[in-house]
Design a protein around this ligand. Sequence first.
Ligand code: CU
Length: 638
Amino acid sequence: MKSISKTPFLLAASLASAGALAFLTGCGGSGNETNTAASTAKGTSPAEQSYVAPGEKDDYYLFYSGGHSGQVFVAGIPSMRHISTIPVFSPYPGTGYGFDEESKEMLGDYTWGDVHHPGLSKTDGNYDGRWLFVNDNANNRVARIDLRDFKTKQILGPIPNSSGNHGSSFLTENSEYVLVATRFSVPLPKGRYVPLEDYEKEFNGVVSGIKVDSESGEMSMGWQVLTPPFNWDLGSTGKGPSSGWAFWTSYNTEMAYDTLEMKASQADRDYAAFVNWKEVEKAVAAGEAEIVDGVPVIDPEKTKGLMYFVPVGKSPHGIDVDPSGRWIVASGKLQPTTTVFDFEKVLAAIANKQFQDEFRGVPVLDYNAILEGEVPVGLGPLHTQYDGKGNAYTSLYIESVVAKWKMPPWSAEEKANLESVVTDKMPVHYNIGHLVIGASDTKEPYGDWLVAMNKLSKGRHLSVGPAQPESSQLINITGEKMEMVYETYTEPEPHFAQILRADLVKPIEVYPKEENHNPNAVWQLDQAEVVRKGNVVEGKIVAVRSRFGPDRIEAKVGDELVLHITNVEQSTDMIHGFALVEHDVNVIIDPGETKTLRIKLTKPGVFPYYCTNFCSALHQEMQGYLEVKPADDVALAD
Ligand SMILES: [Cu+2]
């Protein structure tokens, strides 16, 4: 049942009667019936616009990067309430992630990651609500979160030949690939030592195509394209006329390997890379790649026509394709303008060989031949998002502002004075990095809310000491002028986010029993058992309100304890946990799930185990004992 739209007067203070509220808003129900976008109506107060009453739901999911926490945070829009933490690259006892064997295996040898840019899966250029991909800048990985259960399902990496996976996760129009570029360059293949003095000659970066299985979402290495040792930065993917292309900016075309702060800011222009990934696919199929560390790598110096360089003003950071796919907007963070390229002119320039230069065999497109205009947005432009109504919004780090400007096509008058296309500026607090508009990277942006992710917050919240709480701001963009609506705390360290319409996702609430194919799952207390095989004590354990079966396990020092714990519940929100006192483990099992815990028993004693996730009035009674006898106890030997 769809709840009735919230009306401006609904939230007037006089309307406090619970009965009236229930009448006007419907009963809530289950699933993703939401509040509606009517809440963005202009003329209502900011408080009314972001207010989502108790029991009502938000219109959108906001997935925002958790940076070096290794996690993804989920909030609702417009309330900005934090509603979930999805652990990806770091253990998280709140959901037991990283304690059971299944998630430990995914994490591998790493206990953290540096999450930067979440990317939603797409079908035909629009979000399809299936998966969310995120990158790990530190350990060169990409992870896939399934939006059926909001859990991390795969971590791919470390990616061969890739060092510093910052320039991702960018999904192609039909999620054929997650596209990735390296931030750092190193001697390839990885593991080879070359002195830094040989940086220009011996170091390289790559852009990678990570293949995504259209049914399962499973990622695998596709191909890579070798690049000079520039530092690749943010990117985006094409659509419409730019379908099949991908774009990344770079800084450090100076190829400095020390004091980059100074040396990498010398050149007036750095290069963006325009990569035709469909041509890369063809070249790989034609056998033109060299296998480096198991991956087909194309050298654009040898295979022409798949990579072009485009000069962009001083140390660019973001490059964003508009919803039509024709306009490519790149911003140099050390210049006061943002540059609009016309992709139709790009195609013509390639056809007519309008090259101003060549760098290591890669043609450099003639800047003036493909330029549509340099828009004087202000100081420190970084990223641009689109509302789908002909407007662009660029974050200005130095100015601490979001600048709104009109996209081309421009009139001759506008073109002669591009200052006139900058129509509004909204101060943000402070030093904005990324900004996000829902579905800005698709064919059909939502165009109602913008979230500013600010890098420095300086006193925006109650003081909690030197670590200033981070700050994100919600801006209504439905009117001619932007309107600041709400400010919220964000867990560090937000980099980028994606906004998804809530009705595009239908998460499950229990894992259906018939989908559990774990051979060690048991569903009845009388099937639960613990057996010894040599020095392995292996148990099939039932967790049910409110007991563990069995609630007594015997072992001895030196044994390996392996427990397969099945939460046999099939009702919503009936989650059980399994913590073993003084053994640093906490496994959380959702309804219908089986998780495996494996630990070496090294100390004698009697150790209680108990349920960590509140499950019933008798939750406190949900406990058992692990008896660990001394190693020389002969009665326990086989
Ligand atoms: Cu429990």
